[in-house]
Design a protein around this ligand. Sequence first.
Ligand code: AMP
Ligand code: MG
Length: 328
Amino acid sequence: MKRAQVLPASDPESIRLAAEIIRSGGLVAFPTETVYGLGANALDPEAVAKIFEAKQRPSFDPLIVHIATRAALDLLVQKTGTVDRRLMDAFWPGPLTIVLPKRDNVPDIVTAGLSTVAIRMPAHPVAQALIVKAGVPIAAPSANPFGYVSPTCAQHVLDGLGDRVDLILDGGSCPIGVESTIVSVSESSLELLRPGSVTLAELRDIMGTSVRAAAGTTIIAPGQLPRHYATKTPVTILRAPGARPAIQARERAGLLAMSAPGQEYEMFCAIEVLSSSGDLREIARNVFAALRRLDALGLNRLYAEPCDEQGLGLAIMDRLRRCAVSTQ
Ligand code: AMP
Ligand code: MG
């Protein structure tokens, strides 16, 4: 079985090699500011098919296409509206994905047959350099087996897909740690398809009040499956931070704590504190890696404290809920 090469992203030679692999139809995992992506040439249906195969991702779940310049939009989308452009001015490059009407150049496999394509311009210098050097837009979902926790460092990619990707560019840990916000614009209103690191408040600042999103409800979009981000260990979300779960005798439990616990917890075999001060940015940055560490301990159950569903907290709780639903 082949084993992926892991190369330092800081070496221009690694970027050159990665770009060559993308251009010749291979798969490269690369860091973005959100999570690591599993990239292929978005204009090559056979290369994109390898992403679905490697991840075991169902073909009805569309991919996000990553670009480095606005000029690349001409190749991919029929048109952009004034609201779309206002969002791009405000948030690109950055963790906002915008759904736009696609052109015929975009293969159906990328969009799961939809007439729209999801586009993002990542801000991470390695992602930017790779897209520029490859000279093609890069389709990339998170670089993990379908349904599992997203990867936020090169080792996570190696653990999950090490035998299914040609090259992993190691650019250290992802600075944000949760996926991009996905929106679609219709008429002049904005619909939130997935909460992410661009917050509702930030979108409202740009848009006025016309952002449609019911906090905490399941967002219906193709591929936005409720079962996702699943650990092997079942996860239960606690009623409130600091709540003490009724743990069965002999149950070996772990705790995912949002901030430093204010009490002694003798009932947990392991505790991961996401941020000693409860800072949402730090929590977002750490949540997937902490879930993976707890999941590796072979415990019977993980208990996760909830955080306030404001700002980044909406995206964090969205991921934790999907994890909990998927593991019951
Ligand atoms: P990820 O697996 O994190 O890259 O997420 C990709 C997600 O983007 C999919 O699961 C969809 O929910 C969403 N998406 C991609 N393309 C579209 C589209 N054309 N319309 C609506 N949502 C989309
Ligand atoms: Mg994913």
